[in-house]
Ligand binder design. Structure first.
Ligand SMILES: Cc1ncc(COP(=O)(O)O)c(C=O)c1O
Length: 401
């Protein structure tokens, strides 16, 4: 479809061959859910079997449970670049955002400052929190930023500067925006907030960044950095993790409380864990931990996070360039994407109809409501052929009207 002398980096992806979901379709919905590699599914089943052999509820099973959860905690600590004591396991991104958020020491009149690109679930939780705790809400605009990284970073910091007030107590900003696909300068935002007299907390939705971006200083700089295993990490659904800052650990109270929040679950008056486990609740599915651990190991085997991002950008860039050549198509971004999210509009066709027509051909992307557009995601497993297939199918749909 487009001329490119570069060879497909995904040609060398051994991960792709391990994903049955990719064998029978052309997949661009990694930002919704990543395909599960067969070894991860096998790790889940093997762990489940072992739990049944040893227990399920027995003295013999607890070392397996502890070993499995600790191994994943250590692997995530390395990815986040922070101590394992700062990680709490959750069920998904939203609970990782909301559980610590509700435990912060709010005072009536405090302000929550939300970026205008945040996910509806997190926004709704902030609205309800504001109602209950008599807080105010404000927004700052990042969705309109469509240029290169330097211009975007500067504009985010300028918009933040204009929006910050004396009462600002929390800023909510995703690391990688799920709609436009822009990367936010999280470490720089955190540095700016440290200079504010009230040092507002920084909540970062990592739904699209964990597993797709090098997290560098970003995860470490945030107070709440909440991700999930089931999107770019290609793990099973139902398991996420949140990284909390030392001050969040010191200041926030547990919210949804259960035996896993307690330092000693055999004593009902026991104190909460001093570490991030105070935000964990109760029974969860240990085999999922084994599955996510395997998926993260398989991703790591594809290369370091920087190398993987280069490959992701090769495919998203190929798609972005190809879209420029299609009549009536506009990419949301004016420059090739900084990560794997490519959002675009078609002048002549309803997004829902395009999703349906492409789905009939086994090509899967999604529609977004705000701004109304289509979004295709590329991962390390994406091939040039897949990108070209999508571009060719779009060209046909456009030509057919
Ligand atoms: C930016 C963002 N935040 C939150 C979510 C919700 O994720 P979860 O269902 O894991 O809570 C999504 C899902 O698409 C998302 O893209």
């Amino acid at each position: 479809m487009i001329s490119s002398s570069s060879q497909s980096p995904a040609a060398g992806s051994s991960l792709r061959a391990l994903m049955p979901a990719l064998a029978n379709k052309t997949y661009f919905n990694y930002g919704g859910q990543g395909p599960l590699p067969t070894p991860s599914l096998e790790a889940i089943v093997a762990c489940w079997r072992e739990i049944q052999q040893l227990g399920p509820f027995s003295e013999a099973v607890w070392p397996l449970v502890t070993r499995t959860t600790s191994q994943l905690r250590l692997r995530l600590a390395e990815i986040f670049g922070a101590g394992p004591h700062r990680i709490a396991f959750t069920e998904n991104v939203t609970s990782g955002c909301v559980l610590p958020l509700w435990g912060l020491p709010w005072r009536p009149g405090d302000e929550i400052l939300l970026a205008d690109a945040e996910h509806p679930g997190v926004v709704a939780a902030c609205h309800e929190l504001a109602r209950r705790e008599h807080l105010s809400l404000a927004t700052f605009s990042v969705t309109r930023l469509r240029g290169d990284a330097a211009a975007t970073d500067a504009a985010v910091l300028a918009a933040l500067e204009r929006a910050l007030g004396n009462r600002t107590r929390l800023v909510v900003l995703s690391h990688l925006l799920w709609n436009t696909g822009q990367v936010m300068p999280i470490a720089a935002v955190a540095a700016r907030l440290r200079e504010h007299p009230a040092h507002p907390w920084l909540l970062v939705d990592a739904a699209q960044s964990l597993g797709s971006l090098p997290l560098e200083g970003a995860a470490r700089a945030a107070d709440i950095y909440a991700g999930t295993g089931h999107k770019w990490c290609c793990g099973p659904e139902g398991l996420g993790a949140v990284l909390l800052s030392e001050r969040t650990l010191a200041e926030a109270r547990p919210t949804l409380i259960g035996w896993r929040s307690l330092a000693d679950e055999s004593i009902s008056e026991s104190r909460f864990h001093g570490d991030a486990r105070r935000f964990e609740v109760a029974t969860s599915c240990t085999p999922l931990f084994a599955g996510l651990d395997r998926s993260l190991a398989l991703l790591a085997a594809e290369g370091a996070a920087e190398e993987r991002l280069t490959r992701i950008k090769h495919s998203s860039g190929r798609l972005w360039h190809g879209l420029q050549q299609l009549p009536g198509v506009r990419t949301l971004l004016e420059v090739p994407p900084p990560a794997g999210l490519v959002s675009f509009t078609l002048a002549s066709l309803e997004p829902a109809l395009v999703v349906k027509r492409l789905g009939e051909r086994g090509i899967w992307l999604r529609k977004l409501e705000d701004p109304l557009c289509l979004r295709a995601c590329t991962h390390v497993t994406t091939t040039d052929e897949e990108v070209d297939r999508l571009l060719a199918a779009l060209a046909e749909l456009i030509a057919a009207g």
